[in-house]
Design a protein around this ligand. Structure first.
Ligand code: SF4
Length: 431
């Protein structure tokens, strides 16, 4: 199944322009409108102008990481519309004024008490904390009214099928189906990589996504939208718009070493497997996409200079690669990005390593290329470091390693290499 999923994604990304043309043609044949947005500003502007032109008051949103890229809910609220998240996790973090903590479970870091405080204005410390069902019913009550008055919806897209022009939403709460059928205008937003060629490919990718995301065989709802309602249909939107966003994805596409990251189906399995994510949490990644896949896409999409520490936030243990249902080799790409951030190979202005660092690593490389040079280098380093060490540790080092000892001690280099110690020992043992 993983091989099949990888093959579908590899093929699609290799022929992305062809399938994007096919998708846009089909959506328009089905009565929808397609807008290609170069960046988040263009996408936001298109949606805001559309809402203005249609005299929209209330916009409901279902879960969409692409809409997070454009901070859409905040922007619509700032422009005078009422924009409300309808996915339960997203609703909770909207009330908290935070960004998603996890790709699949945006509010996984909140306790029941935190959620009660956000949902129930009358909740005070010392009150009985409602259970999960009670909290869900509370949110449901609040959101029902919003659904009823909404005149526009913005949803994400889990997959877009090129051959039929359908967009597919995978949810467990039913908010996706309400969002795509109740309001009179439906806008779906997707990254340009969220495409699959055919319905047959969709069935494979759906199974892969749902199993890896939530461990279910199939989610409670799988909603397929084929454009606005037809004259024979009673329900559905009068208008359907598909916004396909680039927002830096072309940089991943044009780099053969990083292109594989566009195979990501945002299942979140690599986050669950990652020991670093589990320790630091989703907000530490600083932008929309947390975890191992975020450490690749964020630096490229937002600029290497602004997120240069992300590729280093990994132990390279490979758990993400093992967990990924489309076999994305995340550790390989993290190493590639570490190289690019250090050397600024995509843009010299983005180089993050200092001159001293580069000299040290060049000398290190020269030393490591020859046994004799390595031994001499180690001996010289030992002689230089010994006077400033105490019980095998340097607590305050001079430049260029002074930065290291600001927060931790530096170990004194061994007087003798392991190889020479072992050879002395075996000589003694023989004699
Ligand atoms: S990189 Fe793989 S495991 Fe991680 S979110 Fe994407 S598809 Fe899922």
């Amino acid at each position: 199944m993983r091989n099949k999923g990888k093959a579908i994604k590899d093929h699609t990304i290799a022929h992305l322009d062809h399938y994007l043309d096919m998708l846009s043609e089909k959506v328009e044949q089905n009565g929808g409108t397609v807008f290609f947005a170069e960046n988040a500003d263009e996408a936001r502007q298109y949606i805001t102008e559309l809402a203005d032109a249609r005299n929209i008051k209330t916009v409901i949103k279902s879960k969409s990481m692409v809409s997070e890229e454009m901070s859409l809910a905040e922007s619509l609220n700032d422009s005078g519309f009422e924009a409300v998240e309808t996915d339960l996790g997203e609703y909770i973090i909207q009330l908290a004024g935070e960004s998603p903590y996890h790709l699949i479970a945006p509010a996984v870091h909140k306790s029941r008490k935190d959620v009660a405080e956000l949902l129930d204005k009358d909740f005070t410390d010392g009150d009985r904390v409602p259970d999960a069902t009670e909290l869900t019913m509370l949110a449901r009550e609040q959101l029902r009214d919003v659904f009823a008055r909404a005149d526009m919806s913005v949803t994400g897209v889990n997959f877009a099928v090129a051959e039929s022009g359908s967009i597919v939403l995978v949810t467990n709460e039913g908010n996706g189906r309400m969002s795509t059928s109740v309001p009179r205008v439906h806008v779906a937003v997707m990254g340009m990589e969220k495409i699959v060629p055919s319905i047959q490919d969709l069935s494979t990718m759906l199974r892969i996504l749902i199993r890896s995301a939530t461990g279910q065989r199939i989610s409670t709802y799988v909603t397929m939208v084929n454009g606005p309602k037809t004259p024979e249909e009673e329900e559905g939107p009068d208008e359907f718009h598909l916004v396909i966003m680039n927002n830096g994805r072309h940089k991943l596409l044009s780099d053969p070493q990083l292109r594989e990251s566009l195979n990501c189906i945002r299942c979140g399995a690599c986050l669950n497997a990652c020991p670093v994510y589990r320790k630091v949490g989703g907000h530490a990644y600083g932008w929309v996409y947390p975890g191992p896949i975020g450490a690749i896409v964020t630096p490229v999409m937002t600029g290497l200079k602004d997120a240069s520490n992300l590729p280093a936030a990994s132990s390279l243990c490979g758990a993400c690669h093992d967990a990924c249902p489309v076999k994305i080799n995340i550790p390989r790409m993290l190493l590639e990005l570490r190289y690019k951030t250090a050397e600024g190979s995509t843009d010299p202005k983005e180089r993050t390593s200092t001159f001293t660092e580069r000299v040290i690593w060049k000398l290190w490389r020269i030393g490591m290329m020859s046994r004799r040079r390595f031994d001499w280098g180690a001996r010289i380093a030992y002689l230089l470091m010994r006077p400033i060490s105490l019980k095998g540790w340097i607590k305050k080092a001079p430049p260029p390693i002074s930065g290291w000892t600001l927060t931790r001690d530096f170990p004194l280099i061994a007087r003798q290499s392991l190889k020479s110690r072992l050879s002395h020992r075996s000589k003694k043992e023989i004699s």
